[in-house]
Design a protein around this ligand. Structure first.
Ligand code: ATP
Ligand code: ZN
Length: 283
């Protein structure tokens, strides 16, 4: 049995649980309960505040954890980074008041900067040789400048609309972050084996999300041209259609290349293009 710490309720909770379910792991989460055990995989979930996860994993109370890189770097606990998970993407940025004459990072010298990430900010300022005052607050950082508590803030940004509505503008990116799977150092061999099985499942779920299955009808003379457009795993599957001179061509395409590829396929003579999500992909 391996124990995985997940954020109890917050921005990472739903995606963390959804990932486990997509990995085929079934469990029942009762409201208010701190633990849940899976019924078909040797794993138990521990629901915690995200800030506590690095520490619990470092000291072995939990074997694994899912947490944002921002929290991980801030806490600076000794844990193994296993796998980036691709959700909870955000950045830690410095923002100043919109009317500020800010030009470059040197302008932060002497400023009072409010943040919940004093450690990360301290390192950032040090790297840039800036002497500023760090004012640590635990929440609602973005209102600090408007109440005169600070001239700048260092906080998490995903879209920028919160900054905007508080009269702030983003001026420096301090770090990019996404959720990561972490592990306690020195897992026992049997737990390492469970972790490997879990990783294998996570990787096939994530890979499947990156690709789409694509099928289309292609006149036989265009098969070669069409095949060249598709950056496939091995080579496309080609099946004859009942209609003389035409074939059905099956392949996979990366989600991020999708629109470019589709228009090229049409130009090359493909018709009746169907695109289907892939559930799992095992390379
Ligand atoms: P907790 O009660 O567990 O301490 P919290 O309020 O500290 O929760 P959340 O706001 O739920 O934390 O954010 C959890 C993590 O999600 C952050 O540490 C960060 O990695 C990521 N995150 C934060 N804001 C965003 C956002 N706007 N978009 C995407 N991911 C985000
Ligand atoms: Zn938190």
């Amino acid at each position: 049995m391996i124990r995985l710490a997940i954020q109890k309720s917050g921005r990472l909770s739903d995606d963390s649980l959804a990932l486990m379910r997509e990995c085929g792991i079934s469990f029942h989460q009762s409201a208010g309960k701190l633990k849940a055990e899976a019924s078909n995989f040797p794993i138990e979930f521990l629901f915690l505040r995200d800030d506590d996860i690095p520490q619990y994993v470092a000291n072995g109370t939990a074997d694994l954890g899912i947490v944002g890189e921002n929290v991980l770097v801030e806490n600076n606990e000794t844990v193994d980074w296993v796998e980036k998970l691709g959700f909870g993407k955000c950045r830690l940025a410095i923002a100043v008041t919109r009317d500020s004459a800010y030009e470059n990072v040197g302008d932060l010298n002497g400023m009072k900067i409010a943040t919940s990430y004093p450690q990360i900010l301290r390192n950032y300022l040090k790297r840039h040789n800036i002497k500023a005052h760090i004012h640590e607050i635990s929440g609602s950082v973005e209102i600090a400048p408007s109440i005169g508590l600070a001239q700048a803030i260092c906080d998490i940004v995903s879209s920028g609309s919160t900054l905007m509505s508080n009269g702030l503008k983003e001026v420096e990116t301090v770090m990019q972050s996404e959720s990561v799977l972490i592990a306690t150092p020195n897992l026992t061999q049997s737990k390492k084996n469970i972790l490997e099985q879990l990783r294998f499942r996570i990787q096939s779920v994530r890979k499947a999300q990156e690709y789409k299955y694509i099928l289309m009808n292609v006149p036989n003379h265009a098969i070669e041209r069409v095949s060249k457009i598709l950056p496939v795993l091995k080579s496309p599957t080609i099946l004859p259609l009942a209609l003389e001179g035409w074939s059905s061509l099956h392949s996979v395409v990366r989600e991020d290349e999708f629109w470019r590829v589709i228009s090229q396929l049409k130009e090359a003579g493909a018709e009746g293009i169907l695109v289907i999500p892939i559930e799992r992909m095992v390379a």
